[in-house]
Design a protein around this ligand. Structure first.
Ligand code: 13P
Ligand code: 13P
Ligand code: MG
Ligand code: MG
Ligand code: MG
Ligand code: MG
Ligand code: MG
Length: 368
């Protein structure tokens, strides 16, 4: 049976700032998706949040970019904004809804989308990851570790069906172009691109031996759509695990190192990505530190068995502790780079307004 998994998310308002989604927003989303399940539009769903981003995970048989599925998500975001976020004066009500009228697809309208269609295997473990206070480039490091680094993923060496490697589809989000890079033989080319996390984003990963889809991310850059700072993109990721794909534990292993990502306060700072259980999926200190939740499901004919709250585990306590130490260290730099992001990323914030004021105070000086 061919199943499509669609993870569509948006920040439509946070309680007490950019901290967390209001439970009433989740309630409304659950009610609407339950109705869609009863009419047969979707097979199953799971609603959750990562910080102030409302996450709609859906399964169905309608393929990627299906207008009805996208409209379902869009309408939920709009209705929840109008009925809940606005009257309750939640912070940034409708923040990620950048366009007025729905035109068949939520891509380019603000919400983040990750979708993949596949033939459901004998056992189909699917993992979803949602991060808050960061951007899609945050997955680059993770996806490299999982699909191209044998020091992370033992299966790249041991499992014959993974041994040929994986193909990375990389988007240049400034030029709206994509390129497929084959690993391990083009590993250095891949790294030359995806080390630039603000521009080159891993959109999909395919298994080389048979072209099967392994992972898909959301590659939205809100600032590029809106042309101004409208918060961070707070990305999502869907991953298929086991039996010819990296084992669940190999995928999770990549999160054990709290690598530095762009985002955090005002989307303008570098900080560690901290894996947390759902109960800690809220952003506090300096609106962060950036965090990621991971949920594991077993699919059966598109039904979602689960979730397992993957980071709700002492195995990640040391990672979280290390993340706090890094958070302290980075914070002590205050407004200085590289804690504060560089000028090309700050272009979309309110910093240029401040700099503009100083512009005519500059006078010529001798060349140094
Ligand atoms: P599978 O091929 O059954 O996924 O084996 C990998 C595994 O579970 C090792 O942890
Ligand atoms: P969000 O993108 O999560 O709304 O974050 C915006 C922000 O500016 C946090 O300080
Ligand atoms: Mg917000
Ligand atoms: Mg957010
Ligand atoms: Mg955001
Ligand atoms: Mg097994
Ligand atoms: Mg076993």
């Amino acid at each position: 049976m061919r199943i499509t998994t669609s993870l569509i998310k948006a920040d439509i308002g946070g309680v007490a700032g950019h901290v967390v989604v209001h439970p009433k927003l989740e309630e409304l989303a659950r009610k609407k998706l339950q109705e869609a399940k009863e009419t047969g539009l979707i097979i199953d769903f799971y609603v959750y949040h990562a910080g102030d981003d409302l996450q709609l995970f859906m399964t169905h048989t309608r393929g990627e970019n299906n207008p009805e599925i996208h409209k379902l998500a869009w309408d939920i975001f709009v209705e929840a904004t109008e009925k809940i976020s606005k009257p309750l004066k939640l912070y940034g009500a409708g923040q990620d809804l950048l366009k007025e009228a729905f035109s068949g697809n939520v891509r380019g309208m603000g919400p983040g989308v990750a979708e993949m269609e596949f033939e459901e295997r004998k056992s189909e473990p699917v993992l979803v990851f949602s991060a808050d206070k960061t951007e899609p480039g945050a997955w680059n490091f993770i996806l490299y570790k999982v699909y191209a680094d044998p020091f992370n993923t033992a299966g790249l060496v041991i499992d014959p069906s993974m041994h040929a490697g994986f193909i990375f589809e990389v988007y240049d989000v400034y030029e709206h172009k994509g390129v497929k890079i084959s690993t391990p033989e083009e590993t250095y080319d891949l790294l030359a691109l995806i080390g630039t996390t603000g521009r080159y984003i891993v959109k999909r990963v395919y298994r080389k031996s048979d072209g099967e889809i392994a992972a898909v991310s959301s590659a939205t850059r809100l600032n590029l759509i809106a042309g101004r700072y409208v918060g961070k993109d707070d990305p999502v990721l869907i991953v298929r695990a086991q039996h010819g794909f990296p084992a669940t534990g190999e995928v999770l292993e990549a999160f054990a190192f709290p690598h530095l990502v762009a985002g955090w306060m005002r989307g303008s700072h570098t900080g560690p990505l901290m894996p947390v259980p759902l109960k800690d999926a809220k952003c506090t200190r300096f609106d962060g530190p950036p965090r990621v939740v991971g949920l594991g499901f077993s699919l059966h004919d598109g039904h979602l068995e689960g979730p397992v709250d993957l980071f709700d585990d002492p195995a990640f306590d040391e990672t979280r502790k290390q993340a706090q130490i890094i958070a302290d260290y980075m914070r002590r730099h205050g407004p200085f780079m590289p804690h504060r992001l560089g000028p090309e990323e700050m272009e979309y914030t309110t910093l240029p307004v401040v700099l503009e004021k100083l512009k005519n105070r500059f006078v010529p000086v001798e060349a140094e």
